[in-house]
Design a protein around this ligand. Structure first.
Ligand SMILES: Nc1ncnc2c1ncn2[C@@H]1O[C@H](COP(=O)(O)OP(=O)(O)OP(=O)(O)O)[C@@H](O)[C@H]1O
Ligand SMILES: [Mg+2]
Ligand SMILES: [Zn+2]
Length: 315
């Protein structure tokens, strides 16, 4: 993968802490390619996570004699034609499906605006609570669904809005309608928003060596190890993304300068309380990647930079 340094960095942060990420860019800019590469840099599961994940796959009937134990983090990529039930689970006897099969792993939704509006809206509960409740006549069951959402989309129906080389053929109303398929509350739950510009030909053609994905993976693994130590006594929390309010208070303390930064960003970007919590969690992960116990203003300002779509694209 050539160039795209800032995108790779955002992906590293997302993977290190289990945060949700949305990539926006024109056709051919490498969004799908980058997303699929996430599987190669994601840190391994702990034994506990593997057991939990295996249980769900077993209930869903997704295991067989060749694959009787889930050892690597799941990477689920359902097509955009999927139904609400296919995503959340259901049936006469409630069965877990995609959001639960992605538990402790990645749920990749390519071409996000193409998904049914209802399917995107039902994602809100699992994204917020890390679990999904399926109610049927036969009863209701709750399954865990602590996945990392990776989503990709074009900026407009033709794909070239904001592109430097090609002209967008869409009218403002079309662009707005396209983006509004991603509702504010859904966007709110996505921690990192990142623009993926078309790569320059000379970048793709260059012989300059890129950092190998193994180096990115190693940093992510170390950051996860810090988290595992931190949450060793917490039965339910494995990574920064799923910190409870209590853990957030305990481990995401901000100094005065950092607090000031967040306050300004909250006002300027008109952020919700939910976005505020998510910025703190991402800051924690950036500090972990930096091998620091305390969160500092530079960590916070990087985390804030990843919330740009709240302001620029969706108003
Ligand atoms: N940075 C890059 N380095 C190397 N190859 C690249 C890069 N970016 C794009 N490519 C090439 O372009 C192809 C298209 O990329 P990809 O399918 O990921 O684009 P996309 O952003 O998902 O486009 P679309 O919006 O049409 O889905 C890739 O298969 C790859 O061969
Ligand atoms: Mg694509
Ligand atoms: Zn367009």
């Amino acid at each position: 993968m050539k160039g795209q340094g800032h995108v790779k960095r955002a992906i590293e942060v997302a993977v290190a802490g289990g945060h949700n990420i949305l990539m926006i860019g024109p056709p051919g800019s490498g969004k799908s390619m980058l997303s699929k590469r996430i599987a190669t840099i994601i840190p391994p599961m702990s034994l506990e996570e593997a057991i939990e994940t295996t249980k769900i796959h077993s209930i869903a009937g997704a295991l067989d004699s060749e694959r009787s134990f889930v050892v690597t983090r799941p990477f689920r990529s359902p097509h955009h034609t999927i139904s609400d039930i296919g995503l959340l689970g259901g049936g006469a006897f409630p069965n877990p499906d995609e959001v639960s099969l992605a538990h402790n792993g990645v749920l990749f939704l390519d071409e996000l605006p193409e998904f049914k509006r209802s399917a995107l809206e039902v994602m809100r509960q699992p994204l917020e609570d890390g679990k999904v409740t399926i109610s049927r006549a036969a009863g209701s069951l709750t399954f865990p669904s602590e996945f990392m959402l990776v989503a990709a989309m074009n900026p407009c129906p033709c794909g070239y809005f904001g592109d430097l080389k090609r002209e967008c053929r869409c009218g403002p109303v079309q662009v707005q309608r396209y983006r509004q398929r991603i509702s504010g509350p859904l966007l709110d739950r996505i921690d990192l928003h990142i623009e993926v510009p078309a790569v320059e030909y000379r970048d793709v053609a260059s012989e300059r060596a890129e950092e190998p994905s193994s180096a990115i993976r190693e940093r992510a693994v170390r950051a996860r190890e810090r988290q595992q130590k931190r949450f060793a006594r917490e039965a339910k929390t494995n990574c920064n993304a799923w910190m409870t309010t209590r853990l957030l208070k305990q481990y995401c303390k901000l100094d005065q300068d950092s607090q000031d930064l967040v306050r300004v960003a909250m006002n300027e970007l008109n952020l919700s309380a939910r976005a505020y919590d998510r910025i703190l969690k991402v800051s924690r992960t950036i500090a972990d990647l930096d091998d620091k116990i305390d969160i500092s203003p530079e960590h916070v300002s990087e985390a804030i930079q990843y919330r740009t779509f709240d302001r620029t694209l969706w108003v």
